[in-house]
Design a protein around this ligand. Structure first.
Ligand code: ADP
Length: 364
């Protein structure tokens, strides 16, 4: 695995004596995406209640001259978990190190960072639910008491040494909060759930980011893009980048409503923003499994897609749009899902299937 240097404050490096000595395993990042990321809390669009609570935590940390509390963000991919971590580090002007739970194979991977952590700095652990249990247990005393326990020797001769570490903040992000162990979840002082964005907020993000990309876009076109972005800023950015290329190749570079529509149609993104994979999911559930209920493993095997992809990327939006539901016996398509696919919902065979309330039956 390639190891990149620790991310510091956008090229501003920490003083020599405080600088973390060793690199952390880091996730790969898209540079254009980084350019579009808000840098200050005031630039963050939507998620108002979350932003307000973070603003209080920031103010308190500044006034007390203490590190931020440990914060856990959860929600589907692309809704702003990394963005909030970046914004908090910019607002406080502290060091930020970024790693991913999947990249931390063993506790030794974190040790260099922990022993050299700068007071008040932030360690962002993306996909924290993928962190191995040994690493998870290793960071409990760090999160609670800013202490690392190192075992030296083996068997009868084994000894535990406690090393104090500087007080810093861990920000965890997860798309699967249900997979986090209770002890890990409890060690975060703030839990923030990110919801899908409404179309107004996404349209604002599209307009701002079109400006950053020096692209002219109509309000109508921005609205169309927002409407077809599944409530997700990362998808709005991706759709904007595609539409911008399309406008350049097929017209004079300006994004109008008809250009936006043609470009999105060409990518097979439908008027609700669902892409080919979303529609294949609904189609498989309706056609192969008669609408369900069926388990996600069976869906994944039939579609040749990883279970994680379905659970993390496809299902949350379909659930949110009430096209499917999750029942104890598996996933089931409901009316909006059938309607979206142009299929008539099945007719219930027996009237007993319906929870009918017939007032006449109450008469004596
Ligand atoms: P996550 O970490 O949840 O997968 P990110 O924070 O990487 O998602 O967000 C993806 C992109 O979406 C960011 O680069 C940024 O451009 C945009 N974005 C996310 N949240 C917001 C927001 N609240 N306001 C404006 N842009 C946002």
């Amino acid at each position: 695995m390639s190891r990149e240097p620790i991310i510091t404050d956008h090229g501003r490096t920490a003083p020599e004596e405080n600088r973390p000595a060793a690199p952390l395993p880091m996730p790969v990042r898209d540079q254009l995406e980084e350019r579009l990321r808000p840098q200050k809390l005031s630039e963050v669009i939507g998620q108002r209640t979350v932003a307000d609570r973070l603003s209080i935590a920031l103010q308190a940390a500044r006034l007390r001259n203490e590190p931020l509390p440990h914060i856990l963000f959860d929600g589907p991919p692309g809704l702003g978990k990394t963005t909030f971590a970046t914004v908090l580090h910019n607002e406080l002007g502290v060091e930020l190190a970024i790693t991913s739970g999947a990249a931390l194979d063993k506790k030794g991977d974190l040790l260099p960072y922990l022993t050299n952590a700068v007071e008040g700095s932030i360690l962002f652990i993306d996909e924290i639910h993928r962190m191995p249990r040994t690493v998870e247990e290793f960071i409990y005393p760090v999160m609670e008491d800013f202490r690392v326990d190192i075992v030296i020797g083996e068997g009868m001769a084994a000894r535990t040494i406690n090393l104090p570490v500087k007080r810093f903040t861990i920000i965890g992000a997860t798309t699967r909060s249900g997979m986090l162990s209770a002890p890990l979840r409890d060690r975060f002082h703030m839990h923030e759930h990110l919801e899908f964005y409404d179309v107004d907020d996404l349209a604002r993000i599209v307009l701002i980011n079109a400006g950053k990309l020096k692209t002219t876009i109509d309000d109508d076109a921005a609205w169309e893009l927002a409407r077809r972005s599944r409530g997700t800023p990362r998808l709005a950015n991706a759709r904007l980048r595609w539409v911008r290329d399309y406008a350049l190749a097929r017209a004079n570079g300006d994004v109008t409503l008809s250009i936006a529509r043609d470009a999105l149609d060409m990518q097979e993104i439908d008027p609700e923003g669902l892409d080919k994979q979303d529609r294949r999911y609904l189609d498989t559930l309706i056609r192969v499994f008669q609408g369900g209920p069926t388990g996600v493993e069976a869906m994944a095997a039939t579609m040749h897609v990883a279970v994680d992809t379905l659970e993390e990327e496809v299902e949350p939006f379909l659930l949110r749009r009430e096209m499917i539901i999750r029942t104890p016996r598996g996933r089931k398509v409901i009316e909006a899902g059938y309607r979206h696919m142009g299929v008539a919902p099945p007719v219930l065979e027996s009237p007993l299937d319906l929870p009918i309330f017939d007032p006449s039956r109450r008469r004596f």
